[in-house]
Design a protein around this ligand. Structure first.
Ligand code: ADP
Ligand code: MG
Length: 624
């Protein structure tokens, strides 16, 4: 509990004790003396509400819950119902306290889960280690991260070896070993060994900052239930207020006209009860809290959701379209064969290395790893052109090296034959002369098959794979995984077409999810109803373009995200129906005089407590 909450708690206790004592004293009903004594606990517990209500009136934003509470309790006091007046305030404050505690708790939970905000970066200044604000560190600075510290900024290890805990980013505590030359991302905790890291990004552009931004901004993208609530509140409160006035005035006036005793105090009391009952806090609070908790729960599972609207869309996912490389497969290729037309295998690999030296494609990274020659003595690479879905061309010593699939070779007018061996083929040509090919193979991710099954179980109708790779490789993967359909040899633009096509053929209440790694598929990621990216502890493009990011690249998390979204939606609707249902019921009972103010209080606080507790369930996603 924070200071503010403690203060409210103390006020609640004082007011409750005071009221208890007053109820035991033999005070004369209706005496002024009694009024003054009850005014003390009333003001102790209610002064801030009265102040806020007054401020609201002054700012011309009259109809809020503070106003409802103020009018109802002042009315009760004026009617001589002192106990009710104090009690309404008292229970309202209990409810508010409970709710602010619950909100604070889930906020804290979320930030604990997201405990990745680095507080400092350590750099070497004049031979001494100095801690500085990570915001001040420029790109290319060497920072030192000791065991137990968080990596503050993304970069490349230049010295040292260590085991990293990535749990804060992935939700999975699988340690990762890193050594010189490897990329590391901020937010990971160094468990062992001192690392010297050359930063490759600014703090604000680093993974940890990006993720925090995303989670913090998630609440600004509202889902339908949330939009419904804000519209609802705008109409609801004035309607309730005018109804209360009507309830206070009309029946007595009518009674008066037809010759009865008007019973003013009875009807005013009913109108006040009506106001107390009407307070819509349970709905207004619990719905955003539900989504907040859902997003928090998801992030604890390594699934970052950029807004509650995506959570809502995901709950209706019926089509899941996936990229192959890096999404369903590891994206780590191993060279299985090098075939050179003139028998010079090493020269072929060297050309490939040169061509791939600047690309981020998984194929490039793998080919670079496969090259064992001396990198320092290689000539300079210029004019790098990356042709999406085909390959790369570069110029070295005024000769053009092309490296890519058969489409690239054809596009350049180079004679190359189809290779009938299993695996992805990378053809290499130098100055329009075909040099040969490198056969590489990728592994299907260990969890891909289970992931497809789990999606089906979670209600996905259609699983589809798109790939720029050859039909042969695509069919092997698709058969192994049990996908519903597969489309191969696609250029990035073809992938967009395919997705457009699927989008126009799906039902209105169905949504289409595209899952990719952000390499060559960012356009599709943003075109789909929901773009899910493999965060890969890497690709920025993906994190940028996607609506949902899977931090540990595990395709099993797709169905988990779907289940999390379903749970959040279910809870949100439960709360809406429950809170509105009870509200309407007590409003009616209040209007006809069956529910008195005590009912009203319990209905209100009770509904709020139940709705908030229900909302918090969304945080728990462990068993999903
Ligand atoms: P996927 O759809 O499987 O993710 P991409 O669209 O990224 O594949 O690439 C499609 C194909 O284009 C690859 O299978 C490869 O043959 C070729 N290709 C793309 N980029 C490169 C590159 N940098 N080097 C060699 N080949 C490449
Ligand atoms: Mg790809």
């Amino acid at each position: 509990m924070n200071k503010k909450q403690k203060k409210v708690l103390i006020r609640i206790i004082i007011a409750a004790v005071l009221m208890g004592i007053l109820l035991l004293l033999p005070l004369e009903e209706g005496s002024f003396y009694r009024f003054v004594l009850f005014l003390i606990p009333y003001l102790v517990i209610g002064y801030d509400i009265l102040k806020k209500a007054f401020k609201g009136i002054k700012n011309k934003q009259v109809f809020d819950e503070n106003f409802l509470m103020a009018v109802a309790t002042i009315g009760a006091m004026a009617l001589g119902e002192y106990t009710e007046g104090v009690a309404v305030m008292l229970f309202y404050q209990v409810g508010e306290l409970f709710q602010s505690y619950a909100v604070g708790k889930s906020r804290r939970n979320i930030s604990e889960l997201m405990d990745i905000r680095p507080d400092f970066a350590t750099i070497m200044v004049d031979g001494a280690l100095t801690r500085v604000d990570p915001d001040e560190v420029e790109i290319g600075t060497h920072i030192i991260v000791s065991p137990g510290e968080k990596i503050p900024i993304d970069g490349v290890v230049v010295e040292g070896e260590a085991t990293l805990d990535t749990a804060a980013l992935t939700g999975e505590s699988v340690p990762r070993n890193v050594a010189a030359g490897q990329e590391v991302v901020s937010g990971c905790v160094n468990l062992s060994g001192v690392l010297t890291i050359r930063t490759t990004k600014e703090f604000g552009e680093s993974t940890a900052s990006k993720i925090l931004d995303m989670v913090e901004n998630a609440s600004s993208k509202k889902s339908r239930p949330e939009n419904f609530i804000s519209k609802f509140a705008r109409v609801y409160t004035p309607v309730v207020c005018y109804s209360a006035v009507a309830l206070a005035v009309l029946p007595p006036v009518i009674r008066l006209i037809i010759g009865f005793d008007p019973d003013w105090s009875v009807w005013i009391y009913r109108a006040l009860t009506f106001l107390v009952i009407s307070c819509p806090c349970a709905i207004v609070i619990s719905i955003p809290l539900t989504f907040f908790a859902g997003i928090g729960g998801a992030s604890s599972a390594g699934v970052l959701v950029k807004g509650s609207n995506y959570l809502e869309a995901l709950s209706k996912a019926k089509y899941v379209v996936m990229d192959k490389t890096g999404t369903l497969t590891e994206g780590v290729f191993e060279v299985t064969k090098i075939k050179s037309v003139d028998g010079k295998e090493d020269a072929l690999l060297e050309s490939a290395y040169l061509a791939e030296s600047y690309s981020n494609h998984p194929i490039s990274k793998s080919l670079r790893q496969a090259y064992k020659g001396d990198v320092a003595s290689l000539p300079e690479v210029k004019d790098v052109k990356e042709i999406s879905g085909q390959g790369v061309t570069v110029s070295v010593n005024n000769e053009t090296i092309a490296c890519g699939n058969i489409k690239l070779m054809r596009a350049l007018g180079i004679e190359a034959s189809e290779v009938e061996e299993p695996g992805t083929v990378v053809h290499v040509a130098k100055d329009n002369k075909y040099l040969g090919y490198i056969l590489i193979s990728d592994r299907v991710k260990a969890t891909s098959k289970a992931a497809i099954k789990a999606m089906k179980k979670a209600g996905v109708k259609h699983t589809i794979m798109l790939t720029g790779d050859s039909k042969k490789v695509a069919d092997i993967v698709s058969n192994e995984l049990g996908l519903d359909s597969v489309y191969s040899e696609l250029l990035p633009a073809d992938k967009v077409d395919k997705v457009e096509n699927l989008l126009s053929n799906k039902g209105e209440k169905e949504t289409l999810v595209f899952v990719g790694d952000g390499i060559n598929d960012a356009p599709v990621l943003s075109r789909a109803d929901i773009g899910i990216a493999m965060g890969a502890l890497g690709s920025d493009a993906a994190i940028e373009a996607a609506d949902i990011v899977l931090m540990d690249d595990d395709p099993l998390k797709i169905s988990k995200a779907i289940r999390i979204s379903r749970k959040s939606m279910r809870i949100a609707y439960e709360n809406i129906y429950f809170a509105i249902g009870i509200k309407v019921l007590t409003l009616l009972l209040g209007a006809i005089g069956i529910a008195n103010m005590w009912y009203a209080i319990f209905a209100d606080v009770g509904v709020m407590v139940i709705a908030v507790l229900n909302a918090i369930r969304a945080l728990n996603v462990k068993k999903l």
